[in-house]
Design a protein around this ligand. Structure first.
Ligand code: ARG
Length: 463
C-alpha cells in the first residue's frame, strides 16, 4: 500500500497530514471490500448526472469505461491501494482521474462521501443478507430431511436436563427448524429497512444539482430513496439491526451446538458426528471432539460484542455524519463473516448427523419418561388428576427402590398403588404409545412430525 499525500482536499490545507494521523484515520484496509458496491454506485450516479444534463454522454462513457478497468484491476490484484487516499471511495476516484483525466474529477458532482459510504454499506449488506437467507434455507432443508427420516425415532425429552417425557428425534429437530424460521424473518425485515437509498443526500442537506433520485434508486435496485438527507447520511440502525438478528440467530445456534456437544458425549451417546466435522487430541488418542458445534457456540460471543459496539458507536451522536461512523464497518463485516461461516458449517453438518437410535431409546426407557402417560391413563378412568399424580409418584418411588422402570413392572406391582390399573395400562407405558398419543398440531407423534415437515416444505417452496 502506497503512502503519498492526499490531494483531494489539498486546497484548504497548509501542510500534509501527519503520517500517523493518515494511517489512524484511514479505512481503506477494511472498506476496500466494498469496491464493487462503490463502483456500482458511481456508475448509477454518472448515468443519472448525464440524464440530468450535468455530464455529457461522452464524459459518462469515459467514466464507465474507467470504472470497469478499475474493477478488473482490483479483481486481478493489480490495483494499488493507498493509505494516503484514506478509503475505498477516494482510492477509486483518484484512480479514475489518473486513467481518464479531468472528467474523473466530475464524478463527485452532487455527491459526498457521506451519502456514498452509506449507500455502499447498504448495497453491501443487502447482498450479504441475500446470501445469509439462502444459507438459513439450506440449513432448514437439511433439518427437514433428517426430521422426516427420524420422525419415529424415540429419544428422551428433557426439562431441567432431566428426563421428562419421550419425544421423537424428528420433533426435536423441527423445534430447531422453527427457531430458524423466525431468524429468517428477522433478516428479511432487516433487509427491507436496509434497502433504502441514501444517495442524493450529499454531505447532509441535499444538493443544488437537478439530481433524479428515482433514477439512481431504480438503477441500484433500492426500494425507495431515503426521505430525509440528514437521517440518510447519519444513521446506522440497519447495521445494528443486522447484528441484533445475527445475535439471536447465533444464540439459537449455541443452543443447537450445546445439544450436539452433549449428545456426542459418551454419557449421552445419542448421535455420531462424522469424522470430517471433528478433530482429535494431540495427547489423548481416544478423543474425537465436536469442534464445529463448540466453535459455533464460542463465536456467538464476537457477534454479541459487535451488536454492543455498534449500539455504543451510535449512542448520542448528533446529526448528521460524524467520523465515528467509519467504525461501523469492522464489526459489521466480522458479524457477516461469522454468521456465514457458522451457517455454512451447520448446513453441511446437519444432514450428516448419525443418530444412535438404540441408545436414544434406551435412555428414554430409563428415567420414568412415561409417568405422565400413566397419570393421564388414570384420569381417563375417572380419577382426579391430583390423585393420579400421587399414585404415579408412589409407583415411581417403588421403581427407584426396585430399579425398575414403569413399563418393566408387572400388573400386580402396579395395581398395589391403585386397583384402577388394568392390563391395558401397558399400551400407554410403552414409548411408542406415549409419543403416538400426542397427536395434535405441534405434538410429538410421528404422524404430526411428518405433517409438520410437509407444511414446512410448502413454506420453504414459497420463499
Ligand atoms: N471512510 C469514511 C467512512 O467510512 C467515508 C466518509 C467520510 N466522510 C467524511 N466526511 N470524512 O465513514
Amino acid at each position: 500500500m502506497s503512502n503519498t499525500t492526499n490531494q483531494q482536499w489539498g486546497g484548504r490545507f497548509n501542510e500534509p497530514t501527519d503520517a500517523f494521523v493518515a494511517r489512524f484515520t484511514a479505512s481503506v484496509e477494511f472498506d476496500q471490500r466494498m469496491y464493487l458496491q462503490d463502483i456500482r454506485g458511481s456508475i448509477a450516479h454518472a448515468k443519472m448526472l448525464t440524464a440530468a444534463g450535468v455530464l455529457t454522454e461522452a464524459e459518462r462513457d469515459d467514466i464507465l469505461r474507467g470504472l470497469e478497468e478499475i474493477r478488473v484491476e482490483i479483481e486481478s490484484g493489480q490495483f494499488e491501494w493507498s493509505i494516503a487516499l484514506e478509503d475505498v471511495h477516494m482510492n477509486i476516484e483518484a484512480a479514475l482521474t489518473a486513467k481518464i483525466g479531468v472528467t474523473g474529477k466530475k464524478l463527485h458532482t452532487g455527491r459526498s462521501r457521506n451519502d456514498q459510504v452509506a449507500t455502499d454499506i447498504r448495497l453491501y449488506l443487502r447482498d450479504e443478507i441475500e446470501l445469509i437467507l439462502a444459507e438459513i434455507t439450506r440449513l432448514q432443508e437439511g433439518l427437514l430431511s433428517v426430521a422426516a427420516r427420524e420422525n419415529d425415532t424415540i429419544m428422551p425429552g428433557f426439562t431441567h436436563l432431566q428426563t421428562a417425557q419421550p419425544v421423537t428425534f424428528g420433533h426435536h429437530l423441527m423445534a430447531w427448524f422453527e427457531m430458524l424460521s423466525r431468524d429468517y424473518g428477522r433478516f428479511v425485515d432487516c433487509c427491507e429497512r436496509t434497502n433504502i437509498m441514501p444517495l442524493g443526500a450529499a454531505a447532509l442537506a441535499g444538493t443544488t444539482y437537478p439530481i433524479q433520485r428515482d433514477m439512481t434508486c431504480e438503477l441500484l435496485g433500492f426500494s425507495a430513496p431515503a426521505e430525509n438527507s440528514l437521517d440518510a447520511v447519519s444513521d446506522r440502525d440497519f447495521a445494528i439491526e443486522f447484528c441484533a438478528a445475527s445475535s439471536i440467530l447465533l444464540m439459537h445456534m449455541t443452543r443447537m451446538s450445546e445439544e450436539l456437544v452433549l449428545w456426542t458425549s459418551a454419557q449421552f451417546n445419542f448421535i455420531n458426528l462424522p469424522d470430517r466435522f471433528c478433530t482429535g487430541s494431540s495427547i489423548m488418542p481416544q478423543k474425537k471432539n465436536p469442534d464445529v458445534p463448540e466453535l459455533v457456540r464460542g463465536k456467538s460471543g464476537r457477534v454479541y460484542g459487535h451488536l454492543m459496539s455498534l449500539l455504543t458507536l451510535m449512542k448520542s451522536q448528533p446529526l448528521a455524519y460524524n467520523k465515528d461512523n467509519q467504525e461501523d464497518k469492522e464489526p459489521l463485516f466480522d458479524a457477516i463473516d461469522t454468521v456465514k461461516g457458522c451457517l455454512r458449517a451447520f448446513a453441511d453438518m446437519i444432514p450428516a448427523l448419525e443418530p444412535k437410535k438404540d441408545s436414544m431409546r434406551e435412555a428414554a426407557l430409563r428415567g420414568f419418561s412415561t409417568a405422565t402417560d400413566l397419570a393421564d391413563y388414570l384420569v381417563r378412568k375417572g380419577m382426579p388428576f391430583r390423585d393420579a399424580h400421587e399414585v404415579v409418584g408412589k409407583s415411581v418411588a417403588y421403581g427407584i427402590e426396585q430399579n425398575k422402570d414403569l413399563g418393566e413392572m408387572t400388573l400386580a406391582e402396579l395395581a398395589q398403588f391403585s386397583d384402577t390399573i388394568e392390563q391395558d395400562v401397558f399400551e400407554v407405558l410403552t414409548l411408542d404409545g406415549s409419543v403416538a398419543a400426542r397427536d395434535h398440531i405441534g405434538g410429538t407423534a410421528p404422524k404430526q412430525v411428518l405433517a409438520a415437515v410437509e407444511r414446512a416444505k410448502v413454506m420453504l417452496a414459497a420463499r
